[in-house]
Design a protein around this ligand. Structure first.
Ligand code: IPE
Ligand code: IPE
Ligand code: MG
Length: 238
């Protein structure tokens, strides 16, 4: 296996990496385990991946962990996912804070169970002064909902009757403090966006990997960054 980490050019890192962490259910099914075991294993993978991002100097990492569409899953899976997130924050918050990571949430807090909502708010508050890496948890997140929300925020803030500009939308998105995504990675061999960061992915390089999220390791991240660095980005030019 190539040592992709060594091949990465530290001067040309993606400013913002976004990951659709997909394939937990299939990982569990392959092992004849309940789906929640796949999610448990998937949660374990987050820490080494964040450490890998830190190790190469990535400044913003968005993780898609629960979409606005995921509520249609069976109740026990949905509540199991929130419980796993509670455990993650309880177990990892001090480690995350000590590493200089700032936790951010993108999505609507409305429907999220109260305990989890408080954990998220507490984690954001506890790490608000950190700046080494922004770890953006996309929870109860939908790309369309984000754009509708941004337009409504803009309408609320509006003085006069000027027409909406791209910048007006951008500054009202959940991610207004993050750069556009340079690199989007989806695991599990599915080739779709599933309502993830529709606006921010406008010119992202997309990398689809045939690995189930619980099997994702730092070398997969390094490989994706290396692939990104070997793409030619043209932004509509020639
Ligand atoms: C991704 O894994 C995690 C969430 C959507 C919460 P899935 O649960 O979608 O796994 P598959 O796609 O069924 O394998
Ligand atoms: C996208 O995965 C959402 C997350 C990874 C959180 P899904 O598994 O929900 O997407 P679909 O249903 O396959 O499009
Ligand atoms: Mg899935």
């Amino acid at each position: 296996m190539k040592d992709y980490k060594k091949l990465i050019d530290p001067a040309a890192l993606p400013k913002h990496i976004a990951i659709i962490m997909d394939g937990n259910g299939r990982w569990a099914r392959k092992k004849s385990l309940p789906r929640i075991e796949g999610h448990r294993k998937g949660a374990d993978v987050v820490e080494p991946v964040v450490d890998a991002a830190l190790a190469v100097g990535v400044k913003a990492l968005s993780l898609y962990a629960f979409s606005t569409e995921n509520w249609i899953r069976p109740d026990d899976e949905v509540s199991g996912l929130w419980t796993l997130l509670d455990i993650y924050f309880q177990m990892k918050l001090e480690k995350i804070a000590a590493r200089g990571i700032r936790i951010k949430h993108s999505g609507s807090l409305d429907k999220i169970p109260t305990d989890t909502r408080l954990n998220i708010l507490n984690a954001m508050d506890r790490t608000s002064k950190n700046s080494r890496l922004v770890l953006n948890f996309c929870l109860n997140y939908g790309g369309r909902q984000e754009i509708v929300n941004a337009v409504n925020r803009w309408l609320d803030s509006r003085e006069g009757a000027s027409p909406v500009q791209e910048a007006d939308i951008g500054k009202n998105l959940y991610t207004s403090d993050l750069p556009d995504v340079d690199l989007m990675i989806r695991t599990s061999g599915e080739y779709r966006l599933s309502n993830f960061l529709l606006w921010q992915l406008a010119y992202a390089e997309l990398v689809f990997l045939d690995v189930l999220w619980p099997d994702f390791r730092p070398h997969h991240l390094y490989k994706a960054i290396w692939m990104f660095q070997n793409r030619e980005r043209r932004y509509g030019g020639i």
